[in-house]
Design a protein around this ligand. Structure first.
Ligand SMILES: NC(=O)C1=CN([C@@H]2O[C@H](COP(=O)(O)OP(=O)(O)OC[C@H]3O[C@@H](n4cnc5c(N)ncnc54)[C@H](OP(=O)(O)O)[C@@H]3O)[C@@H](O)[C@H]2O)C=CC1
Ligand SMILES: N[C@@H](CC(=O)OP(=O)(O)O)C(=O)O
Length: 353
């Protein structure tokens, strides 16, 4: 099943009346990327409502030659809104999504609040577009690291059954929001100046350092981010018994996440076949030069829609085993772009309810 943000889709979108759209969390990393993409993808908007925390209310944002004033969250703000992009953390989503839906909006939620709710589709449009059909007003955007992973697993799964995935992630500071990215910049300067390195946003200084992902530790010894990768990957791939084991690490990169992925299939799959599948998949670019030892890097994907995959190789002692490396801009494809693609898919299939 493949989804492509094609000119045909753009035509379908243009066939609909322009929408009233709201972004909750408009001043954040993901909110800012949403603003850029809604403009460049010419999403059909007749009115855009921007919402952020009380400290940003009243600020003026320039968007498509309009000046838009940031508003506060309240029930009235969702009046006549068609689509809401929720992007202000799970606490805000839990509280305000039902209110937005009750006032008639469809909510595309970037947070983890509803991702595992069986009535809420968890969608990567290139992988499981069919899931949008059962929405009841809320559609969940998966965890960023999981979107990047399933973009690769989806097309491979359509060729051969996957029974086990073991992966390690290398997650940038911006995955923890704008303030974490700013903290990495300032603490890196401090490190080079030999001055104080105390962190306030992330638990430790990320400057010239790395540590286990900063989400909460679970009783099973895995952190919350790792368990999101397990549970969300299973839901997106409709494979409840899939074995997934993740080790998630925060690294001193500003933007874009990387992942080292080991996949075990039920049957052997040749590297030529894997390359052919991934090369023809939407949203994936192959970067690999074994002679030059040149594979995907975060700087290859910053600000890009596609993720980059490379270093495809067979497991040394198992013909059913495949190793690969990927990098993807988690603010773009891992969050804002994927959310807008979900909205575009809804419009193209006229699944607004
Ligand atoms: N960063 C990433 O890579 C990814 C993030 N996500 C998810 O997207 C969401 C946003 O993340 P991100 O943009 O990184 O976060 P940021 O910390 O960069 O931004 C948070 C946004 O939420 C707003 N906000 C905070 N409190 C309130 C409030 N009480 N009422 C209204 N708005 C509020 C902030 O407004 P203000 O500026 O005024 O404080 C800001 O606009 C989160 O749910 C996150 O889990 C998902 C995938 C990837
Ligand atoms: N995965 C993000 C954190 C995040 O925003 O996750 P979620 O959307 O699942 O809460 C990171 O790099 O830290």
């Amino acid at each position: 099943m493949s989804y492509s943000p094609s000119p045909i889709l753009s035509c379908c979108i243009l066939a609909y009346r322009p929408l009233k759209v709201a972004i909750v969390g408009a001043t954040g990393s993901v909110g800012q990327e949403l603003l850029k993409l809604l403009s460049t993808r010419k999403f059909p908007i007749r009115e855009l409502i921007l919402i952020a925390s009380p400290s940003s209310v009243g600020q003026v944002v320039q968007w498509n030659n309009q000046k838009i004033i940031i508003q506060a969250l309240n029930e009235a703000v969702f009046n006549n809104v068609d689509v809401v992009f929720m992007s202000a953390g799970s606490g805000i989503s839990f509280r305000w999504t039902p209110i937005a839906v009750a006032s008639g909006a469809i909510v595309i939620d970037n947070s983890s609040a509803f991702r595992l709710d069986p009535t809420v589709p968890l969608v990567v449009p290139e992988v499981n577009p069919q899931a949008i059909a059962y929405h009841q007003g809320i559609l969940a955007n998966p965890n960023c690291t999981t979107i990047l992973l399933t973009l690769v697993l989806g097309p491979l799964q359509s060729r051969g059954e996957i029974n086990k995935i073991v992966l390690s992630t290398y997650q940038s500071a911006s995955g923890a929001g704008t303030l974490a990215m700013q903290e990495l910049q300032s603490l890196s300067r401090n490190f080079l100046d030999g001055t104080e390195l105390s962190s306030h946003v992330l638990p430790y200084s990320l400057a010239f350092n790395l540590f286990l992902h900063n989400s909460s530790m679970q009783s099973n010894g895995y952190c919350e981010e790792e368990m999101k990768m397990v549970n969300e990957t299973r839901k997106i791939l409709s494979s409840s018994s899939l074995s997934v084991s993740a080790n998630c690490v925060r690294v001193p990169i500003l933007r874009a996440h990387s992942e080292a992925v080991n996949i075990t299939f039920n049957n052997p799959m040749s590297l030529d076949e894997v390359r052919a599948i991934l090369t023809s998949s939407t949203g994936i670019e192959i970067i690999e030069d074994f002679d030059g030892n040149r594979f995907p890097m975060p700087t290859d994907v910053n600000g890009r829609d596609s993720i980059a995959v490379g270093r495809l190789r067979k497991g040394l002692n198992d013909d059913n085993n495949l190793e690969l490396w990927l990098c993807g801009d988690q603010i773009r494809k891992g969050a804002a772009l994927n959310a807008i693609q979900i909205a575009e898919l809804l419009l193209s299939r006229d699944l607004r309810k």
